[in-house]
Design a protein around this ligand. Structure first.
Ligand code: NOJ
Length: 748
């Protein structure tokens, strides 16, 4: 007995003694050491399972307090505790992210912190215009500022990483995701993508979040605009048209890249060694990390590319892809693949090192709760300043497409008949990607007009039903209101819920019941102003002839109603220009300004009637790329080139005079397009290569100069090498892609 008691005492004292001799701090925990040293030290301590855990991303679901006690969530938390998870998505709020981070940091063997990802696409709580609309502002500073607000709000809620920006060029408004992108132009899309990365990430302090360039690569060419569909794109098209925006975002420092759901050369892009390793990592020198799209590693089995889960995990890994978002095949099979020698531990280490590096760089090992500051979430979300930024962004995103006889702006003394189901629906001010936005906090068009005009001057009627079916009573009510008013403002288009992932439409057009309503309203003889809500360009050909003005308001988020009211009243003079062509008819899709000439472009080319066109509609879109009106008017004159020949390495100036000839002060987007007339690979008829958004007071004129350098003149061959060839180039400058002045020079 005595002996045993003594033994216990001795053991306890030994334990005490051990605790007193301070164990040296493991190198990875020493914040004074360089990141690479810390990563190497940590990797030495990790088991293969823990390394595979860093490649495992799980969905949090609704992590609001009680969810942590839910059995499914408990199992996930146990995995976190065992170091089997490296990041999570959809864990919401500072309290929740902190609770989960605590498990990772304080209860797992090595205390490796998690990254928390979330789709912060155009705002977190304060919702900004959809990215496509925002791109129509041609205001890169505003775009950066918008992303900055989104990052500030999301980071205050413990989010470390957003799955944005989407850099997929698309020509197809049938694809619901065009709302999330940059439009149809690679040069401008590159600037927008970089501006977004800058706003999201700047400084990587606790008010910013990691960006994720998606969907790498070529997801915007989904066949027929159908979501999750096959994609087929040549290397030449890839390099010249589709890759530039991803590249610009990577060059802007984006920390991560997401593999698309799509296919390249009949290989799922997650397993495309060409895209992931050769292009992204080797040619571009990308040092960050990759994440799959939701379950897309596993989906390679369904595509018919992988035989089973193990094969899918191996193929994705060997191509250079990394984190597996929710298909769980990587975590389940990597340890076994390492054991079998199909993946070396060194390869695994190189991959995991990239993820650990960013966690060290963010400071998460040293200050794991750096985002979770008490009270910050409450004081940061949905502030007046953020709403004002959202209002500025929304005003700047609205495109005026038609304004016959200066139908707009409207007098604030006029009586308005507001018509349209969506005009009174806050929910429809929001799309699919609204993060933590609360539609109840959004300003509807009805509220916006009532605020600007006074409720007594605005009558309201729904006019149509959302399901597209005819309803005579609703039309009659709208007509009665119209007859009693001075002007009709009719909000047509699509529900905000029709914009986003899995929202492909075979017919992106104004529904028939809305066209019938427009006809009835026109018959009243009143001035009719259409406000079109939609996350994509819609076919407006039938609408065009039935209304006096068209205001394209996209989906504008929190401040929708106020922004539209400001445009209608003239408090804001529109400045936005389209970044996607508006098709004349569904069958014309895809239609885009930077197309190729064909061998038979027009009837004047000597082939009579036998030229590239449809017999039943015009060749051109209804509204071209770069198009948008103002309440004032601009004239362009006297395009001059500084030289008519240019040597390689030298530059040339294009100068044009732009005059505000109307009755309002305004801002104009002056656009520069180039054309390479003959090259070893055929070139588009026009390519945007410059723009300046300038303020012009009524009566003022300015000389605008663009400098043309070699980097604007080269194209890429199929390997991605830039090619600069001598010959004739056209310079086109104007207020949209079709309405331009032209001059030429020779590159020698
Ligand atoms: C699928 C979407 O394609 C992707 O853009 C998104 O980031 C992930 N789901 C996560 O929600």
């Amino acid at each position: 007995m005595k002996k045993t008691a003594l033994f216990i005492l001795a053991t306890a004292m030994a334990g005490l003694g051990m605790a007193q001799t301070k164990e040296p701090l493991p190198a990875y925990k020493n914040k004074n050491l360089p990141v690479a040293t810390r990563v190497a030290d940590l990797l030495k301590r990790m088991t293969v399972t823990e390394k595979a855990g860093q490649l495992n991303q799980l969905n949090g679901g609704a992590f609001t307090g009680p969810a942590l006690n839910d059995a499914g969530q408990q199992a996930k938390m146990q995995m976190v505790r065992e170091g089997k998870v490296g990041s999570m998505l959809n864990v919401i709020g500072s309290a929740e992210t902190k609770a989960v981070q605590t498990i990772a940091v304080e209860q797992s063997r090595l205390g490796i912190p998690l990254l928390f990802g979330y789709d912060v696409i155009h705002g977190y709580k304060t919702i900004f215009p959809i990215p496509l609309a925002e791109a129509c502002s041609w205001n890169l500073n505003q775009i950066t500022a918008n992303a900055g607000v989104a990052a500030k709000e999301a980071s205050s809620a413990g989010i470390t990483w957003t799955f944005a920006p989407m850099c997929d060029i698309s020509n197809d408004p049938r694809w619901g995701r065009v709302m999330e992108g940059i439009g149809e132009d690679p040069w401008y899309g590159s600037l927008v993508s970089a501006a977004r990365v800058k706003g999201l990430q700047a400084g990587l302090d606790n008010e910013h979040i990691l960006a994720c360039v998606k969907h790498f690569a070529g997801y915007g060419v989904v066949e027929s605009g159908r979501e999750y569909n096959y994609t087929d794109v040549s290397r030449v098209a890839l390099w010249n048209k589709y890759l530039p925006p991803y590249k610009a975002a990577v060059d802007a420092g984006a920390a991560s890249v997401m593999n698309g759901f799509n296919i390249f050369e009949n290989v799922p892009v997650s397993a495309s060694k060409y895209l992931v390793t050769d292009v992204l990592k080797k040619q571009w020198g990308f040092k960050g990390f990759l994440v799959s799209d939701w379950a897309s590693f596993g989906e390679m089995i369904t595509w018919g590319y992988a035989e089973n889960e193990e094969d899918a995990a191996l193929k994705a890994f060997k191509a250079g892809s990394m984190i597996d978002m929710e298909s769980k095949v990587t975590f389940a099979h990597i340890p076994e693949l390492v054991k079998q020698g199909k993946i070396t531990e060194r390869e695994l280490d190189e991959t995991v090192a990239r993820i650990l590096s960013i966690k060290f760089t963010l400071g998460l090992f040293d200050t794991p709760y750096k985002y979770n500051i008490d009270g910050r979430e409450q004081s940061t979300l949905f502030t007046t300043a953020h709403r004002q930024e959202a209002l500025r962004a929304a005003e700047g995103s609205i495109v005026l497409l038609k304004n016959n006889n200066q139908a707009l702006p409207l007098q604030t003394s006029s009586k308005i008949a507001l018509v349209g189901l969506y005009a009174s629906s806050k929910e429809d001010m929001f799309d699919f990607w609204i993060a933590q936005g609360d539609y109840k906090q959004a300003v509807s068009l009805r509220e916006g007009l009532e605020k600007a005009w006074g409720a007594d001057k605005v009558s309201y009627a729904a006019g149509y039903q959302a399901d597209g079916s005819a309803n005579e009573a609703l039309v009659n009510e709208a007509v009665t209101n119209a007859q009693a008013a001075d002007v009709v403002v009719v909000n047509i288009g699509l529900s905000g819920k029709m914009a986003g992932e899995d929202r492909s439409l075979a017919a992106p057009e104004i529904p028939a019941n809305q066209i019938a309503l427009l006809k009835a309203l026109k018959a009243t003889g009143k001035k009719v102003v259409a406000v079109v809500s939609s996350g994509r360009p819609l076919v407006l050909t039938a609408t065009e002839g039935l209304v006096d003005a068209i205001v394209y308001s996209w989906i504008l988020g929190t401040e929708s109603g106020n922004a539209i009211a400001h445009v209608l009243s003239g408090a804001y003079n529109p400045t936005a220009k389209t970044v996607m062509s508006f098709p004349y008819a569904i069958g014309q899709i895809p239609v885009y300004y930077n197309h190729y000439n064909t061998g038979r472009p027009k009837e004047t080319d000597g082939m009579g009637n036998w030229y590239s066109r449809y017999r039943d509609i015009p060749r051109e879109p209804l509204y071209p790329f770069g198009y948008g009106l103002s309440y004032t008017s601009y004239t362009y004159s006297n395009l001059q080139l500084s030289k008519t020949t240019k040597q390689k390495g030298a530059s040339i100036q294009a100068t044009i005079t732009v005059a505000n000839t109307g009755n309002y002060d305004g801002e104009e987007v002056v656009q520069l397009y180039l054309r390479d007339h003959a090259a070893s690979l055929i070139r588009p008829v026009q390519e945007l290569k410059g723009f300046q958004k300038i303020a012009l007071k009524k009566g003022e004129s300015k000389q605008i100069t663009f400098t043309i350098t070699d980097d604007l003149l080269h194209f890429y061959d199929a390997t991605g090498a830039p090619v600069l060839e001598k010959g004739k180039f056209s310079v086109m400058v104007g207020g949209n892609s079709k309405d331009v002045q032209e001059a030429t020079f020779e590159l020698q």
